[in-house]
Design a protein. Structure first.
Length: 228
């Protein structure tokens, strides 16, 4: 086995592909190639995929990408891609495991790793981040397949959660109000949407919490009933 490493995380994908391709051609089929690629330029995963395309069959990764400096290829991201796009990445008929991984376990394992290590899960962390499955705009209500590349509930077991933010549309406001037990008419919906956007900008907090919105809706619907 020959391990090729980018321990400073400086390689670009083209250079990585050329490096592994050249060694693969020179080493012959009896040599197993392995990769160990860091993520200082945010290219650890892309470079690992290039290495796999060049014939590497042993890769280094770590949960949440935990490693020195900016870390390395994240295990959960690599597993997800191999499970969902194995034929494209490894070639048709490739068998990277005896039993395919249960992707619904990825978020649970990631949360456990986060708890044990103190490394937080970010809102925008792919696959296992706290923002996966959240909805804050109207697009998924109208064109769900244009909103995300996979269904988090079906693939990862993450149920969708509608969040009220400064980007709220009428559909988002209606959905959150329904969850809180309020049925709004069009006029109330417009008023609630304006309130949510104003509050988010005034408090410099993107997400309007349910408690504050519920209190506002109580007053809104009570005032509307009284005026009628």
């Amino acid at each position: 086995m020959v391990v090729l490493a980018d321990t400073i995380g400086a390689q670009l994908p083209r250079a990585c592909r050329d490096m592994f391709g050249a060694v693969r051609a020179a080493a012959g089929d009896d040599v197993v190639l392995a990769s160990h690629l860091h993520n200082d330029l945010g290219l650890g995963l892309a470079n690992t995929l290039e290495a796999l395309a060049a014939g590497v069959r042993v890769v280094s990764s770590s949960w949440l990408g935990i490693a020195e400096r900016a870390g390395m290829t994240a295990t959960e991201q690599l597993l997800f891609l191999l499970a969902r796009h194995g034929d494209e990445l490894l070639g048709a008929g490739a068998t990277p495991w005896w039993t395919a991984p249960d992707l619904t376990r990825l978020p649970k394992i990631a949360r456990r790793v986060s708890e044990e290590t103190g490394v937080p899960l970010g809102v925008t962390t792919p696959i296992v981040g706290t923002g996966v499955g959240t909805i804050s705009t109207g697009t998924p209500f109208v064109h769900p397949r244009l909103f995300q590349p996979y269904d988090p509930a079906e693939v990862l077991g993450i149920e969708p959660e509608v969040l009220l933010t400064q980007m709220a549309s009428a559909r988002v406001v209606t959905a959150v109000a329904d969850r809180l037990g309020h049925r709004l008419d069009p006029e109330q919906t417009r008023a609630a949407m304006a309130w949510a956007k104003t509050r988010a900008f005034r408090t410099s907090t993107a997400v309007v919490d349910d408690t504050a919105f519920a209190a506002y809706l109580d007053g809104l619907t009570r005032t509307t009933r009284t005026s009628r």
